[in-house]
Design a protein around this ligand. Structure first.
Ligand SMILES: Nc1ncnc2c1ncn2[C@@H]1O[C@H](COP(=O)(O)OP(=O)(O)O)[C@@H](O)[C@H]1O
Ligand SMILES: [Mg+2]
Length: 259
């Protein structure tokens, strides 16, 4: 179980301040695929980056299982982060390292022996179906392949949680589905908890079980994904559904078959 209690984060600029995360409380069950959806600027990235303290919260508690992330010192945090994988929209790979070296990187940092690293990297590249690209460089890969490397790297240390910040937003729809399928399989196979930030309804619909809606730094609605589509309560959820319905109508009007 992951618990977020009274989490707050304000950014200060010379002339103003913005409460990007404003008193957020959430509970996420172990093994769940949990979607956090909101429009641009709602505070999604700030929230997810607070979970591994890439962004330092002002106050609040973050509990991952028994571990209290919020109160850890630097050394404890470095250890804990090994068990929190993260993937990004822009993949964040090292362009000058091969696929093998990218995935090996967190294992080297963790101090594994080179034979252990070799075995683990091979195993994990097989899981993401990239065994044949081991010696390729990121620039030689497609967007989908790059994200598979990102996923492999995030999984290298056998994490308890995977955080995904818009990981499919830079990908075309077909590649998006293949990445979402991969995440679904990993969730099933490894029992990994996945927290997924998105502004895409399709992502929520395709793999998430539970969701929270974020609006102006606040959680305004939580529940199952079915509920989001059948009974959207918050302004944000209703706007998302409204945009979807408008899109469907337009398609029918234009002689398409709807989506
Ligand atoms: N480093 C920063 N400094 C100042 N303001 C920021 C910073 N990062 C984000 N913000 C602001 O905080 C709000 C939430 O941003 P963000 O968490 O990136 O939203 P989202 O990921 O939902 O698009 C936005 O208004 C954004 O402009
Ligand atoms: Mg963002």
């Amino acid at each position: 179980m992951i618990k977020i209690k009274n989490l707050k984060k304000t950014y200060y600029t010379p002339h103003s301040s913005i409460e990007a995360v404003s008193d957020i409380n959430l509970k996420i069950e172990k093994g769940d695929i949990f979607g956090i959806i909101g429009f641009s600027g709602a505070g999604k990235s700030t929230l997810i980056r607070c979970l591994n303290r890439l962004e330092e919260p002002d106050s609040g508690e973050i509990l991952i299982g028994e571990k209290d992330i919020s109160s850890m010192n630097d050394k404890q945090l470095r250890q804990a982060r090994r068990k929190i994988g993260m993937i990004f929209q822009q993949f964040n790979l090292f362009d000058s390292k091969t696929v093998f070296e990218n995935v090996a990187f967190p294992l080297k940092i963790a101090g594994f022996r080179s034979d252990q690293i070799e075995n683990r990297v091979r195993e994990i590249l097989q899981l993401v179906d990239l065994s044949d690209k081991m010696q390729a460089y990121p620039l030689q890969l497609s967007g989908g392949q790059k994200q598979r490397v990102g996923i492999a790297r995030a999984l290298a240390n056998d994490p308890d949680v995977l955080l995904s910040d818009e990981a499919t937003s830079a990908l075309d729809p077909q590649t998006t589905y293949s990445i979402l399928e991969l995440l679904k399989n990993i969730n099933k196979k490894l029992g990994l908890t996945i927290i997924l930030i998105t502004h895409e309804l399709d992502v929520l619909n395709t793999i998430c079980n539970h969701m929270a809606v974020i609006e102006n730094g606040k959680i305004v609605e939580t529940g199952t994904v079915e509920k989001f589509f059948s009974n959207p309560e918050s302004n944000t959820a209703q706007r998302f559904i409204h945009i979807l319905q408008g899109f469907q109508k337009k398609r029918i009007f234009q002689g398409g078959e709807g989506i």
